[in-house]
Design a protein around this ligand. Structure first.
Ligand code: 5AD
Ligand code: SF4
Length: 475
């Protein structure tokens, strides 16, 4: 089944393309790797860690598959469709392997973890299978694979955070970067495969995070997104240096203090973990963007319980009220699943009504897709017929389109200070930026000499459902 996403620009399940930073492409390496990433932002950040490890082992990046000695595909298992996409991609790599016998193909990430050595048996062309916590072993595994052995490492770790590895920024505009602050997830939402593919939750050493963010700022970056499956449960304590434990609110504050012109974003928040302390920290620092991605999944308390989300409809609504009372101008988005096990029409109507109540600025919306091994797959029957799932999802998408448009219309006449991220995709004579609430803002360059990485003030004059359109305010 096709999954529907309201706005492709906001699509969390980004797909692919190869990439590499220009300065590395110019360097001379004898052997080259090509890497493609699928799925969540965490996977894209992991590919940057992988690139760093490979570079340390003497491999240079390439954007050209034909030139590659190693092809990696960093995979996603969140829904069946994500896995199908990867399988299709692997068959296209087959032809390259026919032409170049020494070419090695490696599967990384969640699908590697889920299928383990089964991958080698099923997909005969795969040489390496490496799970999300085993990337340090890549150089050894590559040697083994080059020697004709099948190389697999899917061990999950309770400690690995790759804290000391400086990621090689791939596909970067030199302005915005993702910094991962934790790995894994302990939540066990019943539909979700992530706890099985990414293991137990662990937080990264605070010092290494601040160091990475400071380095990024000094290298010209002006926007950092702190990443984790559940950032609000960040908690770092060490008995060594007798410092008090660091919570997510503390971490956010430390990052915000690096410089006032460094924008700070974060993703993803679990409603149960986001605290008043975090909300007040957001209110206290202008450079912390006023935007929270707060997945609701369903508006029905009965379904939420089956999903093991640990909150009710009313509790979630009260959390949204709290956000709005502390941060009146905060953007809020959600993830929503249509057609979870046993979902009835009245549950679905509750999902629609909670969306109206929360007035989400945008949402990521999905059909329920049963994942092997999850609690839901073991305990419940995937019993909502496909056409009903589809119809409900369409209703959710239609409502979100209306809410997004209304939300954007409310912004007409307002002015925002935004960071220029690059050219507008459709019009090279216009810039693209995002406001604090994470909405895309597009405006003509006019005769100004602004460049990527500059801050400008833009007044919103019009909008579509997915974009705010504006003009630069002349000073
Ligand atoms: N089926 C459909 N959507 C899912 N998600 C996670 N697991 C599934 C599944 N089995 C969605 C949730 C989550 C987002 C990242 O993906 O909405 O928040
Ligand atoms: Fe999956 Fe729930 Fe963890 Fe998110 S919080 S990764 S949905 S188990």
């Amino acid at each position: 089944m096709e999954e529907l996403i309201l706005d492709k620009k906001q699509d969390e399940t980004r797909q692919g393309e190869a990439y590499a930073p220009a300065e590395l492409l110019q360097k001379k390496f004898e052997q080259h790797f090509y890497i493609e990433s699928y799925g969540c932002q965490m996977n894209f950040a992991d590919s940057e860690v992988v690139a760093s490890i490979l570079q340390g082992a003497g491999f240079g990046p390439t954007r050209n598959q034909e030139e590659a000695d190693l092809i990696f595909i960093n995979t996603c298992s969140i829904r069946e469709k994500a896995e199908q996409t990867v399988r299709k991609r692997l068959t296209t790599f087959k032809s390259l392997k026919r032409k170049k016998k020494t070419l090695l193909i490696g599967v990384l990430g969640c699908m590697a973890e889920r299928l383990k050595s089964k991958f080698l048996e099923e997909e005969k062309l795969v040489d390496l299978v490496v799970g999300p916590d085993a990337y340090r072993s890549l150089p050894t595994l590559i040697e083994e694979a080059a020697g004709g052995q099948k190389a697999v490492n899917v061990l999950l770790s309770r400690e690995e955070t790759y804290a000391d590895i400086a990621p090689v920024r791939l596909d970067s505009n030199g302005i915005s970067a993702f910094v991962s602050i934790m790995r894994g997830c302990n939540n066990m939402c019943s539909f979700c495969v992530v706890p099985f593919t990414r293991g137990r939750e662990r937080s990264r050493d605070t010092k290494s995070i601040i160091q990475e963010c400071t380095d990024l700022y000094e290298n010209g970056y002006r926007e950092i997104t702190l990443l984790g499956q559940n950032v609000d449960s960040y908690y770092y304590s060490t008995s060594q240096d007798q410092l008090p434990p660091v919570t997510f609110a503390n971490l956010l504050e430390q990052v915000a203090r690096i410089a006032p012109d460094l924008l700070v974003r974060f993703s993803t928040s679990h409603p149960k973990d986001i605290t008043d302390e975090v909300l007040h920290t957001m209110a206290n620092y202008e450079n912390i963007c006023k935007y929270i991605h707060l997945p609701v999944q369903s508006g029905s308390s009965r379904i939420l319980q089956l999903m093991n989300r640990t909150y009710t409809r009313e509790w979630y609504m009260a959390k949204v009220d709290r956000i709005r009372s502390i941060l009146p101008d905060c953007g809020i988005s959600a993830d929503i699943i249509a057609g979870f096990c046993t979902e009835e029409e009245k549950d679905h109507l509750e999902t629609l009504s909670i969306m109206e109540y929360c007035k989400y600025d945008f949402s990521y919306m999905f059909f329920y897709s049963e994942r092997p091994g999850t609690l839901a797959a073991r305990r419940y029957t995937d019993d909502v017929p496909e056409e009903i799932k589809k119809r409900r999802l369409e209703e959710i998408v239609a409502l979100q389109s209306k809410l997004s448009l209304e939300s954007n219309q409310r912004d007409i006449g307002k002015s925002y200070r935004v960071l220029i991220e690059g050219d507008s995709k459709k019009d090279k004579a216009a810039w693209k930026a995002r406001n604090s609430q994470n909405k895309v803002v597009v405006f003509p360059k006019e005769n100004h000499s602004y460049k990527i990485g500059d801050f400008v003030t833009v007044t919103i004059t019009a909008c579509t459902q997915g974009t705010l359109l504006g003009t630069i305010v002349n000073h």
